[in-house]
Ligand binder design. Sequence first.
Ligand SMILES: Cc1ncc(COP(=O)(O)O)c(C=O)c1O
Length: 475
Amino acid sequence: MTQAWEIENFLEVRNGKLHVSGVSALELTAQHGTPLFVFSESRIRRNIDRLRLVENEIGCDLKICYAAKANSNMAILRTIKDAGSDIEVNSGGELWKALKIGFRPEQIIFNGTSKEVWEIENAVNAGIYAIQVDSLFELSLIEETARRLEKRANVSLRLVPEIETNTHSGLQTALLTSKFGMMPDEALSAFRQYKNSEFLNLCGIHLHIGSQNPNASPYAEAFEMLFANLVEIYNETGIKLSHINLGGGFPVNYLRDSSMKQHFPEAQSEMFTADFEPADAIRSAWKAVKKAAELAKADHLLENLTLLLEPGRSIISDAGICLTTVRNEKQRPVTQSPTTDNRQPTTDNWLLTDAGFNILLSMETYKWYYHLISAERSDEPATFPYKLAGPLCDGGDVYFDIEGQNRLPDHRLLPENVQPGEVLALLNCGAYTLAQASQYNGRFLPAMVLIRENGEAELIRKRDVFQDLTANDIF
Ligand SMILES: Cc1ncc(COP(=O)(O)O)c(C=O)c1O
């Protein structure tokens, strides 16, 4: 029987055990220990190709700029580059990493709300495709920097479009109440002010409507909003923009196995099951814009236009899993009703793993859900409820909603009689996990393995050793 979480040629049960792109998860943990992140090159490539599908159907060039913040391990970045993607960075550090791994300047765009002068200098000196500008103040800083360096900076202004999506409140980025971007009329005044600037090439506008957006329609709204601004900028200033940037935010289905679905509030379950094709969203958004352009007799503004996307999660999240070992178990009298309806146990069976919010921070901050399976008994029915927690000396380090708001299920379902030593797997862990990991509690940052397309398992990050825990302490 195929398990609901299985994905052909990627996540599969063979001889009852979990395999990732043909490689045994247990052999990997025997070699590298846990917690261990395992990525699949073919899945990453498939996720990029899936976005590129739409390129031939819209009438403009598509530039996919992977959002490095989702996961910027160097081997992952190289894989993404080799798969033909460009890159979006968010700091001088990410810019340095992107250049070091070999992205050419014209493949790089630079976002962020609080850029420092040295970061702007590095971006201007490198001559990147666009610095995305967050405010009028920042624009003046870029102009000043470019003037000092006697260079011309390519800039794109980030607009706040006031589009609300049904994602997590912490992932909304397009509202007036969020911290990002400038008002469209501020942007227009900037285009007026700098249109003849020797040091600024005002070449684009940008927005990002947030992450894990469950519905496709806000993309059409966002695209139309960008287009309306493009027309207005042209009419008011004569500037014909060379690109518009629709941002990222395409969702991943975290509940492909829907066995836990009924344990989420409706909004949460809609968000975690979101599963539309980004290409479909862009295609229909493009159609709407094309129609608007025809009506406004502004078709010429779509000619030679490049459409930028900044996907992070949709490229790397489902390409990575986290393998973790059960390190401890205990029983406690039941305090809340268990997940399964047909059992009324009087005790909670607790499993304590070696994967906590030190490596899966969103589980604590956003109550993010990562589906859990047994890597050793992947074909057995997962019907037995357990309370799960990580290893940290911190009461918030649990796999359920300790604040009692039921944003996560109270229990997880695994085969009966899980014991310390059993290896489990958390799925869809590739995005916003390692990138946010810390050494909290003196815990080592984990190792990472990438399964290459030829089936080779390559270690792409060593597990920390003791010295890493004090590497920058002066004592
Ligand atoms: C400006 C910007 N672009 C792109 C992304 C990537 O979003 P996602 O990983 O949801 O595709 C983010 C993350 O929220 C972002 O802030």
